[in-house]
Structure formats: structure tokens, C-alpha cells
Design a protein around this ligand. Structure first.
Ligand code: NAP
Length: 256
């Protein structure tokens, strides 16, 4: 029978140094908890600490939309972990508008900073050491909504589309050094951020809700569904897998 102990042994995370952004709730908190259960040392970050940050994880308060915030996270990783073997860029989120033309310029910048450039900047600080060591793994958390380009979320999906494109390019660049880079694209997942965003969207939408159908597998995602995919992608079981974007969405969309 699989137990947390023998499963984590098989996954081989004991002693691995892991940085997960956005681990104070939702998907990030599930990723942090799964890594801790699997024996890893984990640092996580958010703008403020909540009781949902799993016990046992080191925490640094930072806003990853800014260069200063990203630098503070990288420094904290050096201090708390002595380096990073596995980097999960998970912090992100969306704020819907009624139409794409209602999205103000500063919101476009904000979404690019949060959902795209935060990852680019953190990777730039942490992957050189992985390259030198010739080992490491990076995951970028995107969204399965990229191909839909819904006007209410165009700033968000455009930023996540850039993230997917960049993730693939970084994977190609780092592959010769034994560093793997992949993306995970969640479908509709029950998290505090996801619920708040869908509530905002529903209050903006005219006519029937655009968000009332179940994915083919009959339920919305749970944070652990996404965490399972992240842990797989950075594990040795995925050692011949790089540059990919794994949709975890209950079969919601034909592409991912
Ligand atoms: N839930 C879904 O249905 C869904 C679907 C597709 C993709 N995703 C993606 O999955 C990831 C996690 O989403 P979630 O649903 O778990 O969201 P969530 O419940 O809102 O959690 C987001 C986490 O990111 C942190 N964060 C947000 N802005 C930040 C900032 N500027 N600096 C540092 N940390 C920040 C939050 O903490 P603070 O707010 O305290 O900073 C929190 O820890 C995101 O990238 C999201 O785009 C989610």
C-alpha cells in the first residue's frame, strides 16, 4: 500500500531544497505541504503570512511583482536553504474586467509583473546555480484558459501565454545542463483566489454565468490535484520530460 513515507521515498525529495512562490493558500500551500510530506526542505513566500502556510516551511514576506521583492526571495532562499534544487513559480492571479478595453494600462503591467515577469526574474537569479551544478527543476504555473483569451481576463491570459512560451524556451536553453523546465496549467480549481475571481467575474457578466458547467470528470480541481502534477514533473520519474505544459483540468479543454 502506498503511504506518504514510501511514496515520498520513491519520489526522492528527501533533503531537496525547494522554493515555492505563493504558498500562503490555495494551490501553493498544497504544493508546499506535499513537498514537506515527501521530506524536502521548503521555503515559501507571499505578501503576508497566513495560518494556511504549512507548518515546517520557512517563509519570507515579499511582493514578487517587484524586482526588489524577487531579489529578497532569492536572498532568503540562499539564507534559509543554502540554494535551490527545485523552483515552483506558482504565485499568480487574475482580476476580471467587463471588457478587454476596460482594462487600464496599470493592470496590464500588474498582470505581466505577477503572472510572467516574476518568474522570469526569479529564474534569472536561481537557475545559474542549477546550470553550474548540472541539475535542477523548474515549474511555471500557468492556466488552461490561455487558448480561450476571454476578454474579461485578456491581460491575465496574455501574461500566462507569455509564461508558457518563455517556459519552453528556457527549457531548451537549460536542457544541455540537465536542468528541466515545465509548466502546469490548472483548470478550474477550488482555492480562495479562484473563488474570489469567479465571484468578481459573475458580478460583471451579463446574462447566464459563463462558469456553471462541470469539467468532463465531473468536479472542479482540488489544490492537491495540481500539486500532484507539480511533484511528478520535478521528480526523477519525469527525468526525460522538459519543455512541456501539462494541463490538469478534469478534461475541461481539448488543448493545454
Ligand atoms: N484556482 C484556479 O482555478 C486556477 C486556475 C488556473 C490557474 N491558476 C493559477 O494557479 C496559481 C495559484 O492560484 P490559486 O488559485 O492558488 O490562487 P490564490 O488562492 O489566490 O493564492 C495565490 C498565492 O499567491 C500569492 N501572491 C499573490 N500575489 C502575490 C504577489 N504580488 N507577491 C507574492 N505572492 C503573491 C498569494 O499570497 P498574497 O496574496 O498574500 O501575496 C497566495 O499565496 C496562480 O498562478 C493562478 O494563476 C489557478
Amino acid at each position: 500500500m502506498a503511504t506518504a513515507e514510501n511514496d515520498s521515498g520513491a519520489r526522492g525529495f528527501t533533503g531537496k531544497r525547494v522554493l515555492v512562490t505563493g504558498g500562503s493558500r490555495g494551490i501553493g500551500a498544497a504544493i508546499v505541504r506535499q513537498f514537506l510530506d515527501a521530506g524536502a526542505e521548503v521555503l515559501t513566500t507571499a505578501r503576508s503570512k497566513t495560518s494556511a502556510v504549512p507548518e515546517g516551511a520557512a517563509f519570507v514576506e515579499a511582493d514578487v511583482r517587484t524586482r526588489t521583492g524577487v531579489k529578497a526571495v532569492a536572498e532568503a532562499a540562499q539564507e534559509a536553504l543554502g540554494g535551490v534544487d527545485i523552483l515552483v513559480n506558482n504565485a499568480g492571479g487574475a482580476r476580471p474586467f467587463r471588457n478587454a478595453w476596460d482594462i487600464p494600462d496599470e493592470e496590464w503591467q500588474d498582470q505581466l509583473d505577477l503572472n510572467y515577469l516574476a518568474s522570469v526574474r526569479l529564474d534569472a537569479l536561481l537557475t545559474p546555480e542549477m546550470r553550474e551544478r548540472r541539475s535542477g527543476a523548474v515549474v511555471h504555473v500557468s492556466t488552461v484558459a490561455v487558448p480561450t483569451s476571454a476578454p474579461a481576463f485578456l491581460h491575465y491570459t496574455a501574461a500566462k501565454a507569455a509564461l508558457q512560451n518563455y517556459s519552453r524556451g528556457l527549457a531548451l536553453e537549460l536542457a544541455p545542463f540537465g536542468v528541466r523546465v515545465n509548466a502546469v496549467s490548472p483548470g478550474r480549481t477550488t482555492t480562495p483566489g479562484g473563488k474570489a475571481t469567479r465571484k468578481q467575474w459573475a458580478s460583471l457578466a451579463e446574462g447566464p454565468s459563463q462558469d456553471d458547467t462541470s469539467p468532463p470528470l465531473g468536479r472542479d480541481g482540488r489544490p492537491d490535484d495540481i500539486a500532484d502534477a507539480v511533484l511528478f514533473l520535478v521528480s526523477d520519474r519525469a527525468s526525460w520530460l522538459t519543455g512541456r505544459n501539462l494541463a490538469v483540468d478534469g478534461g475541461e479543454f481539448p488543448v493545454g
